[in-house]
Design a protein around this ligand. Structure first.
Ligand code: TRP
Length: 469
């Protein structure tokens, strides 16, 4: 086995259909679903979805997002899990194995490599945002949120952002936890964490929606979320909605290929994928219903950006009996939801390296360290480097990392994955993995062959042209 870290295509081993990492399997179907839901449900649902809805004008964005989840995200989720299980290896290895088996170009494996590197970029800022959630745990637990106003809540959040040292501390703690779990491998830690803690998070979300219904401007919030005003929707917002559909389902970078690699035979891929997408969507909508009524009741700005959740929910906790406890608990659970996503971001590249003969714990540590270092740029975006601009616009380094991954790299990865299953894999092979009737199988293949790639490409090109103009 090569231990050469420089990956050139010619140096790759011949196309033996080895299954080095897939000797580990999820212990049950339930465990896989929970791990996949754990990866899907995270900051994307509770932090990113609400603030993007806010900056993109509300209901019309939500509708486009829902359509993208159903028509693009879900079919590509099925595609990724299928590639993983059929290819039986890391994302790169699975694509290599399948390309060899079906006589397609071996360059397909580059999609796996680029995806795994994209995941590192996502993880770098994801960890910083997860750190904000952790920073709120002591704030809530010590009663600092009691009776707080919207403006005072903004001040607390801005104080957290202004302090690079504190943020680095939480970012470090979060990244170290992620590395520790990935070092131990699939199964052990992840399964146990998700099966208990994700349901608890769901219960707290429901509680928050109930609070927003009782205390907030619930109808205004719901109208903002569900009443579409298409005149407010530009091509950039459509691209954001499509990009977020990839982000929230954890597709477009191969993470679900890696998880699919550990999926036992006999588990229904489409059914599992639908469960994942449904639970993920419910969590996002619940977060929106918890947040926007409070935004309107407290005179906050729905277009407030990445701080939205961290400013609004503390107001809710501050106003409810037992809010110190619930607040602290909520932010702990949000941190856990983020960890179960973060491990899925580190796993694809670690799996790729493990396949090449490196030790799992060493890869996890080194790559985690690299991500941590890149993450510092995101931390500094909010304080010492807050004036640094990459292009001639308002966006900070953090904004660019967020935009580049979600709006460009994930959609590109998604197109490539869709094209691979749509064109490089024969229908019979797909039918062997995907237990849909012949009609539905063909409908799904039409989606991944033509519709999803064409739609995403069109949106991408028109939004980029609009941005350049
Ligand atoms: N889906 C995660 C969330 O919504 C974030 C994410 C994006 C992700 N891409 C991923 C997680 C890939 C795991 C793997 O928070």
């Amino acid at each position: 086995m090569s231990t050469n870290a420089v990956i050139t295509l010619d140096a790759l081993p011949p196309t033996t259909h080895t299954k080095p990492i897939s000797s580990q399997k999820w212990s049950s179907h339930f465990a896989f679903v929970m791990a996949a839901v754990g990866s899907a449900v995270g900051l994307g649902n509770i932090w990113k979805f609400p603030y993007m809805t806010g900056t993109s004008g509300g209901g019309a964005f939500v509708l486009v997002y829902l359509a993208c989840v159903a028509m693009i995200g879900l079919p590509i989720l099925i595609a990724e899990v299928t590639i993983g299980r059929a290819g039986g290896a890391s994302p790169m290895g699975a694509l290599r194995n399948l390309a060899a088996k079906y006589r397609a170009s071996r360059h397909w494996q580059i999609v796996g490599l680029v995806g795994a590197l994209t995941a590192l970029l996502v993880l770098s800022f994801y960890s910083v945002v997860a750190g904000w959630a952790l920073a709120y745990v002591p704030v809530a637990a010590t009663g600092k949120l009691a009776g707080i106003s919207g403006a005072a809540s903004e001040t607390i959040f801005n104080t957290i952002l202004a302090d690079p040292v504190g943020q680095i501390g939480w970012h470090t703690a979060f990244m170290a936890t992620t590395v520790l779990i990935v070092s131990r491998g699939i199964g052990g830690g992840i399964e146990r964490a998700v099966t208990w803690l994700m349901p608890m998070l769901a219960v707290l979300l429901v509680l928050l929606v109930a609070y927003a219904a009782a205390q907030g401007a619930f109808l205004d919030g719901a109208a903002f979320l569900f009443a579409p005003d298409f005149s407010a929707l530009g091509t950039e917002a459509v691209l954001s909605a499509a990009g977020h559909a990839f982000f929230t389902l954890s597709v477009g970078l191969g993470a679900m290929i890696a998880y699919g690699g550990y999926l036992p035979e006999g588990v229904s891929i489409p059914r599992t994928a639908i469960t994942i997408a449904a639970l993920d969507t419910l969590c996002a909508l619940a977060a929106g219903l918890a947040i926007f009524p409070l935004v309107f009741a407290h005179g906050l700005d729905p277009a407030g950006g990445p701080g939205l959740v961290f400013v609004t929910l503390p107001v809710a906790f501050g106003g409810m009996p037992g809010g110190d406890l619930f607040g602290a608990l909520f932010f702990i659970l949000l941190g856990i939801a983020a960890v179960t996503s973060a491990v899925a971001l580190l796993e694809p590249i670690v799996a790729t390296m493990v396949e090449r003969g490196f030790r799992r714990s060493s890869c996890a540590t080194m790559l985690g360290l690299l991500c941590w270092a890149i993450g510092l740029a995101s931390v500094f975006s909010f304080n010492v480097w807050s004036d640094v601009r990459i292009a001639g616009d308002e966006r900070t380094i953090f904004d660019w990392l967020n935009l580049l991954t979600s709006d460009i790299l994930l959609p590109l990865g998604g197109i490539a994955i869709a094209l691979f299953v749509g064109w490089a894999m024969p229908l019979r092979a797909l039918g062997g993995e995907i237990d849909l009737g012949p009609r539905w199988l063909r409908a799904w293949r039409a989606l991944v062959r033509y519709i999803a790639p064409a739609a995403v490409a069109m949106v991408l090109v028109s939004a980029l042209m609009g941005a350049a103009a």
